[in-house]
Ligand binder design. Structure first.
Ligand code: CA
Length: 195
């Protein structure tokens, strides 16, 4: 009886140890539920700025939770009919050392990858002035990733950007060349993650 108890205890301990090791390997998305500010936003049809950091890379079953979309032709033809600069920035809440930003395009069927930008930069900042600033200016921001001629991610798979570790509280994705579609020149992301 004592032996059985001992074996049981060893098994239980091993399980806890394994769970502990698995737990330490789990990466934490620092952007999860982070506050979001954007250049323009649809705020309808399942596209809301807050969905950029809601932890969902996929749309929900009813398509009412999608992600963030900049202005579309239906609501703002004066913006969407021309190629423009559109951005989203998030507040991590405190300064963290980060080295990776994941951009998740829309993942839905034949629309997967639509409105993923062609030219864009990923920028970081620690100065609250970067957060308060309402325009697209690069003041207060440091560019850590610059992409030109990005292919359309047809499979809707997340696009991972790694860079040398940097101290950051704020992260901005600024697109300077948008992909055109039926809704005009638009920037859409299902999710933004930071590690
Ligand atoms: Ca999302």
């Amino acid at each position: 009886m004592k032996k059985k108890f001992f074996i049981l205890a060893v098994c239980l301990f091993s399980l806890l140890l394994a769970a502990g090791i698995a737990g330490t390997e789990e990466r934490i998305n620092l952007a999860l539920n982070a506050e979001v500010k954007v250049s323009t936003s649809v705020e309808a049809f399942g596209w809301h700025a807050v969905y950029l950091t809601n932890g969902m890379r996929e749309f929900d079953e009813e398509n009412v939770i999608r992600g963030w979309s900049s202005a579309i032709r239906y609501f703002n033809p004066e913006i969407a009919r021309e190629n423009s600069t559109q951005w989203a920035k998030i507040d991590l809440g405190s300064v963290h050392t980060i080295a990776e930003v994941v951009l998740c395009p829309r993942p839905d069927g034949s629309a997967a990858g639509n409105y993923f930008p062609i030219d864009y930069v990923i920028q970081t900042a620690v100065d609250p002035a970067a957060w308060e600033q309402e325009n697209e200016s690069d003041d207060h921001w440091t560019t850590v990733v610059a992409v030109t001629d990005a292919p359309k991610p047809e499979d809707g798979a997340p696009v991972v950007h790694t860079f040398d570790p940097v101290e950051a509280r704020y992260v901005r994705v600024k697109a300077t060349n948008l992909r055109e579609g039926g809704d005009g020149f638009v920037f859409q992301l299902a999710e933004l993650e930071v590690y």
